[in-house]
Design a protein around this ligand. Structure first.
Ligand code: C2E
Ligand code: MG
Ligand code: MG
Length: 582
């Protein structure tokens, strides 16, 4: 090789090294261009590289063949190199020549160096790929949360994060799809749903799996409507031959990043969409929920409640208020509901501010046992003082249902205070899932067997089902206040009809019927007219402190003389108390 040719060679060699080492901005097209020039320089006819993940892959011929140059005149191998990496991967590089061309020894040595250099880089490239796969994809091949974070970090770096919509979503009732179609088909369905969205968000967006059936995605905001349409439900064909399909939908928290979003903390996007998705999952506000600042307040509030709870419980800050239940025919108090109040820093915190938070984990169970304990302690004292005790109902959150020891724990408390079981009633709300239904039946049956009454609370609020009433041995049906027609409602309104039928159905299956939220005289009339005998509501009393409630026990009659007697039926009168005292 003369001096000039050598210089040409070194220019090419340097360019080659630069291009190969330009990870992560490695550009295949540049390399192909340089390899072509090298091949032409040495009169090579073909340059080919084979890559196998392992020796076993090589022996089965399962590898990757990269051919960067081929002028169609390859008659024989000019130089060949095979490299086995420390991880067991095999790289083989071969260059060919036509019969007319020959390499000098010096040239062959240079080509050899080039091949070895290239193989080292290819090994490194593949390693980089493997690291990418391990680090940024999960075992099922979905991009993972690290991919998502890297993507938003890059967007923020380019100052392009605002104008994107981020979402965190959960596939709705996917457990049921897995159960009904089998896990393998479930996997296929999930992949198809993911791929559909992946195509929709395109190259300037990303969708990643966080685990299970939870995903996150971010994409230019112009695509938001299309993505939300998919969340609302799309048919996914899982068997091409028969065309069998299943509809998949998602509960999602959604947030469009505004212009003033702090770019120095792009990951705060997660703090917005993650809790919003949890709200969406509860389905109280629909299955697609847009983030708003109030949610941050709610989250902070929840954190405060959770951290204060254990100490507050020990310190006796949770106390019981009693709300009387009244027979609407005669105005006599016939029972009461125990309702929890939190005395905190000189104020009374209402249950709606802490019960939903405590229901997010098992804390509510400790509170429910605590309230039952306080109620039993009160009843014991009242009995010892010779008071005329009425049955008191205690709320138990659904969270308790899966606890196997629930029954024995309740009994332990009731019996510790030697409270006759007829004075205790347990209020449970309706449930929707089959598992919870089985638990519910087990608990209610168990309580009935030991003589403790059970009430289905807030009937009409959730997914009220007749099966729930028929298949579970309830004693009491508590009709939610939303079912009770308001004063200005037409007698022919839907609410009136529903209310009428619910009460008559409850009576038919032998349930005691209590209507909650009775606030007006007119509503008392509606109860009477429909033969619902027991009312609970502000018309009679709000939930009151124990001292006040004790006064009601001493004088349990409410004055109903100002209400019309028109709707008091003879048969209702017959079952009411003998003596009227005001
Ligand atoms: P709930 O069990 O349905 O209790 C009835 C709620 O309706 C009470 O609200 C009561 O004050 C309210 N109420 C009664 N009469 C009227 C009325 O005429 N008009 C209106 N607008 N409201 C009326 P409160 O005490 O705020 O309790 C709310 C919910 O918190 C309860 O609903 C119950 O689900 C839950 N809760 C209360 N204490 C406990 C507890 O110790 N354990 C559990 N797990 N939940 C509890
Ligand atoms: Mg209740
Ligand atoms: Mg209720």
């Amino acid at each position: 090789m003369d001096k000039e040719r050598k210089e040409q060679y070194y220019v090419l060699f340097e360019r080659f090294i630069d291009e190969m080492s330009a990870i992560p901005d490695f550009d295949r097209n540049h390399i192909v261009q340089t390899v072509t020039e090298i091949c032409e320089f040495f009169h090579l006819s073909k340059a080919e590289t084979q890559f196998y993940q392992s020796l076993a892959h090589e022996s089965r011929g399962e590898g990757e063949i990269i051919c960067d140059y081929d002028n169609g005149k390859s008659d024989r191998i000019a130089v060949q190199r095979r490299l086995i990496s420390r991880t067991g991967a095999v790289v083989m590089s071969t260059v060919y020549q036509s019969n007319e061309d020959n390499l000098t020894d010096e040239e062959a040595e240079k080509v050899d160096i080039l091949l070895r250099t290239m193989m080292t880089f290819i090994g490194r490239n593949r390693l980089q790929d493997a690291v990418e796969k391990l680090g940024f994809y999960d075992e099922a091949g979905y991009a993972n949360i690290r991919s998502f974070m890297r993507f938003i970090d890059r967007l923020a770096g380019l100052k392009r994060l605002s104008g994107h919509t981020a979402t965190c979503f959960n596939l709705r009732r996917f457990g049921m799809i897995n159960q009904q179609l089998g896990k393998d088909i479930g996997d296929v369905v999930m992949h198809k749903f993911y791929n559909l969205l992946k195509n929709m968000v395109g190259e300037d967006g990303i969708i990643a799996r966080m685990g299970g059936d939870n995903f996150v995605a971010i994409f230019p905001k112009e695509r938001t409507d299309a993505v939300l349409d998919v969340f609302n439900g799309v048919p996914i064909v899982f068997d091409q031959s028969s065309g069998r399909r299943v509809t998949v939908s998602a509960s999602a928290g959604v947030y469009t990043v505004p212009d003033d979003f702090p770019m120095d903390d792009p990951r705060a996007v997660m703090d917005r969409i993650f809790p919003t998705m949890h709200i969406a999952k509860q389905e109280t506000n629909g299955t697609i929920v847009w983030y708003n600042d109030k949610m941050v307040e709610m989250r902070d509030h929840a954190m405060k409640v959770r951290s204060a709870f254990p100490k507050a419980l020990k310190a006796g800050e949770f106390r019981v208020f009693y709300q009387p239940k009244v027979d609407v025919t005669w105005g006599k108090m016939v029972g009461a509901e125990a309702l929890c109040r939190w005395f905190r820093d000189g104020k009374i915190v209402p249950p709606m501010e802490f019960i939903p938070v405590l229901e997010q984990n098992a804390d509510i169970c400790y509170l429910d046992y605590h309230i039952l304990d306080l109620v039993c302690r009160d009843i014991r004292r009242w009995l010892d003082e010779g008071k005329k005790v009425v049955r008191v109902s205690v709320n138990f959150s659904r969270k308790n249902l899966s606890e196997m020891d629930l029954l024995s724990n309740i009994l332990d408390i009731v019996d510790r205070y030697r409270v006759p079981h007829e004075y205790i009633e347990v209020e449970l709300t309706e449930t929707t899932t089959d598992v919870a239904f089985t638990d519910l039946r087990r608990v209610v049956t168990g309580l009935r067997d030991v003589g403790i009454a059970c009430a289905v609370d807030d009937f009409g609020m959730g997914y009220s089902s007749l099966t729930l009433l028929q298949d579970i041995p309830w004693t009491v049906l508590k009709i939610d206040k939303s079912f009770l027609p308001a004063d200005d409602e037409q007698v022919v309104s839907n609410n009136h009809m529903m209310y009428k039928h619910v009460v008559s159905m409850a009576r038919e299956i032998g349930l005691e019927c209590v209507t909650e939220g009775v606030e007006t005289k007119k509503q008392v009339m509606i109860l009477r007219k429909n033969h619902c005998h027991i009312a609970q509501g502000y018309f009679f009393d709000k939930p009151i402190p124990v001292e006040e409630f004790e006064q009601r026990m001493d004088s349990p009659m409410y004055d109903l003389s100002h209400t019309s007697q028109e709707w008091i039926f003879q048969d209702d009168k017959r079952r009411t108390p003998k003596k009227k005292r005001v």
